[in-house]
Design a protein around this ligand. Structure first.
Ligand code: B1M
Length: 214
């Protein structure tokens, strides 16, 4: 079994204690950090999601797999960031109110950092007021990225987008809004008035650059 396949099996099976060591071994053996991320971790979480849908596993197992992935990401982070350069702009990111999913958002933040941005991560379950507070505290932020993973939190994303766009108008700031997350579609992004939508972390980094003209 390749090192990346070992990482994938460990994440799928929630082997929290061994994932970090396996990721380090994969890196030491010369594997590409993005390949470890995509084939070792993101693919593993897709398997976990499918098992959950088929009722083969339940929330606790899903949570343990998520923890295993986080442990691996901690080891991968420096290698993923290494591809980046000097900060090109400031960006705020958060998972919207009512939504506790942060693995995808963390990956997006990591890839955007890797693309050269200085990222402020507001975490999960972020009320719309918190985004505005942070924008006021950081007048040089250029981009806000919103994440939602549940169909039931899409309305919260819409409300946050409305609040951010209202603040943009009132303040006259040159702000861009980008959105993503499994249930979000390009049509929904248009509906909420976003400047862009991306379906994964790698394209989110490209999008963040594109909306500010880089
Ligand atoms: Co949750 N969960 N979960 N969960 N969970 C999903 C999302 C679900 C699809 C599982 C399923 O049914 N197959 C389902 C949602 C169904 C729906 O709404 N249509 C679901 C559910 C129902 C729930 C609960 C309601 C379960 C319950 O309690 N009954 C509950 C809700 C809690 C809450 O948020 N209030 C819940 C809880 C949890 C855990 C806490 C156990 C855990 C989260 C742990 C954590 O994040 N710290 C969890 C997990 C792990 C999942 C799955 C298995 C994996 C999510 C994940 O991390 N994927 C997920 C099923 C699945 O997606 N396979 C599921 C890997 C990650 C890399 O992908 O998050 O999609 P993703 O992020 C991608 C893109 O979406 C995109 O780029 C990312 C990287 O490529 N992206 C952006 C994300 N944000 C972006 C922002 C951008 C751009 C792109 O801005 C520009």
């Amino acid at each position: 079994m390749s090192k990346i396949a070992e990482v994938k099996a460990a994440v799928e099976n929630g082997k929290v204690k061994i994932v970090a060591g396996l990721v380090q071994e994969a890196l030491d053996s010369g594997a590409d950090a993005k390949q470890i991320l995509n084939e070792g971790m993101i693919d593993a979480m897709a398997v976990v999601g499918a098992r959950f849908q088929k009722n083969e596993i339940f929330v606790p197992e899903m949570l343990i797999a998520a923890r295993a992935m986080k442990k691996g990401i901690e080891i991968l982070q420096p290698a993923l960031k290494a591809a980046g350069s000097e900060p090109v702009a400031k960006l705020i990111i958060g998972t919207v109110a009512g939504d506790l999913h942060d693995i995808g958002k963390n990956l997006v933040a990591m890839m955007i950092e890797g693309a050269g941005f200085e990222v402020t991560d507001l975490g999960v379950d972020v009320p719309k007021e918190k985004f505005i507070e942070e924008l006021k505290a950081q007048p040089d932020v250029k981009v806000v990225a919103l994440s939602a993973l549940l169909t039931t939190t899409m309305p919260a994303l819409k409300e946050a987008a409305e609040a951010i766009l209202a603040y943009k108008k009132e303040s006259g700031r040159d702000l861009k809004l980008i959105v993503g997350g499994a249930p979000i579609t390009p049509a929904f992004a248009d509906e909420v008035g976003a400047d862009g939508y991306s379906e994964d972390a790698a394209s989110a980094a490209e999008l963040a650059k594109k909306v500010i003209g880089l």
